[in-house]
Design a protein around this ligand. Structure first.
Ligand code: 2M8
Length: 444
């Protein structure tokens, strides 16, 4: 193992995890990590609140309420809310959320969303409250949460198929996962990025990248970064309006992970509504039910794998990733399917690495043990897989995965991600969601 921080005479793991979250606390919200990630991110904050609830439930609520200050009038919860400091003008201008009539006036945000883990965090906070407090908490957030789920279906499932589409790899949170990168290379490489590649200008651009500074390993190639930025620029030009985007789109994908997380979130929304004795509109409930069935449309019987699907051609994108395991978290697949996924988790040529669960299976041609979302183990995806394993009755598998995950942070520190073969810590140090999910395992 790699000892990057002195372990002798250090406080216990729970205290160290809490300290990371407190150090990254900016008052109303918590940043993912110092330096590279100075703003608020949607699914980061959801996992962060799941950790914070163990030492300060009011602070956990604030984390979620801060996210909701960025909600658009059409219901979208944006994937980023920016620190208003003019020092970040470049980031504000990059997104220019104000080009959309739906964006809030006084908060600067991105123009896309991220996996909807929000309902999960709201319920987990609720678990820490007594019945009266829980109802009052739910009452506070229910309208916004309902509006978000309504937007997800209205905007992102335009044909009523039951699966929502995503318009940028950043929306999946698994930014460079092979399914998306293979499609991006095929459809989105703009001519000028090709020119940069040919003239080796990317080497020069590398020098100015934020994630190349401070001795950090680059998260993805400059060519991929430029392609992602170009894809974002196209969305901005269409004012983040889905009709305009889809009228010209070469690139919309129904992502497995996003949809699996949404299915779980829908169940949470239903339980919140029940506890408040509130109704969810009938047509929305029908769409929730449709999603549970539609997820099966992403299953490929030959490779026994769930894949992302191209929204336009309906073809499965046959690049396996960690997303194939997330239907366990969705909870809507049958016991036989769940058993097949668990087999993949156990298989040492697929996801059964020494320090699981790798974000890309070991036998994939994309697999790179140090490569951001193309191999390393991330603890937020472990958290969702563990939750699913428990609910399908795989208690021992869940316990073993908690143990190996805690070993990673105990020995390596609360890093952003880890090499799944050696356990070597990678990416940003003192990373909030790593600390938060560790805290949750230690206290649940
Ligand atoms: C990474 O994504 C952002 C863009 O949203 C980035 O590359 O700067 C991803 O790991 C994403 O899942 C995460 O939410 C974000 C902040 O931790 O960083």
């Amino acid at each position: 193992m790699f000892y990057t921080e002195s372990m002798s005479e250090t406080p216990d793991l729970s205290e160290r995890a809490t300290q990371v979250l407190k150090d990254n606390d900016h008052g109303q919200y918590t940043i993912p990590a110092e330096g590279l990630y100075p703003h608020q991110w949607l699914w980061d904050s959801a996992f962060i609140a799941i950790g914070q609830r163990h030492y300060d439930v009011e602070r956990a609520k604030m984390e979620i309420l801060s996210l909701l200050t960025g909600q658009w009038s059409n219901g979208m919860v944006p994937h980023m809310i920016f620190d208003k400091d003019p020092a970040y003008r470049r980031d504000h201008n990059f997104w220019r959320s104000w080009v959309s009539p739906f964006a809030p006036d006084d908060v600067i945000t991105s123009g896309i969303t991220q996996p909807p883990v929000l309902a999960e965090a709201i319920v987990k906070i609720g678990e820490k409250l007594d019945l009266v407090e829980r109802r009052s908490w739910y009452r506070q957030v229910f309208p916004a949460l309902l509006a978000y789920h309504q937007w997800l279906y209205a905007d992102r499932d335009p044909h009523g198929e039951g699966l929502t589409l995503q318009i940028h790899p950043w929306e999946t949170g698994l930014d460079t996962n092979p399914a998306w990168m293979s499609e991006m290379h095929e459809h989105l490489l703009p001519w000028w990025v090709g020119a940069v590649q040919k003239t080796h200008m990317d080497v020069v651009i590398n020098m100015f990248r934020r994630d190349h500074m401070g001795g950090m390993r680059p998260r993805y190639s400059t060519i991929d970064a430029l392609t992602m930025f170009d894809a974002q620029r196209r969305l901005r030009r269409k004012e983040y309006n889905i009709d305009k985007i889809l009228s010209h789109s070469l690139f919309a994908i129904e992502d497995v992970a996003f949809n699996a997380i949404l299915i779980r979130a829908n169940d949470h929304l239903i339980s919140i509504a029940r506890s408040l004795r509130q109704d969810i509109p009938e047509d929305l409930l029908k769409r929730f039910a449709k999603s549970r069935k539609a997820l099966e449309g992403l299953w490929d019987p030959f490779t026994e794998t769930y894949y992302a699907r191209d929204f336009v051609t309906h073809k499965l994108i046959k690049e396996p990733t960690i997303a194939t395991l997330l239907p366990l978290y969705a909870g809507c697949i049958d016991a036989d399917r769940a058993a097949r996924l668990v087999k993949k988790l156990e298989n040492e040529h697929l996801f059964g690495s020494t320090y699981p669960v790798p974000s890309t299976p070991l036998n994939s041609t994309w697999f790179n043990p140090d490569g951001y979302w193309q191999g390393p183990t991330w603890l937020n995806t472990n958290w969702m897989i563990i939750d699913g394993l428990k609910r399908y009755g795989y208690k021992h598998h869940a316990a073993a995965l908690i143990e190996s995950s805690l070993e990673l942070v105990d020995e390596g520190g609360f890093y952003e991600y880890f090499n799944p073969l050696t356990g070597k810590p990678l990416g940003a140090r003192n990373f909030s969601w790593t600390a938060a999910v560790a805290l949750d395992w230690l206290n649940s």
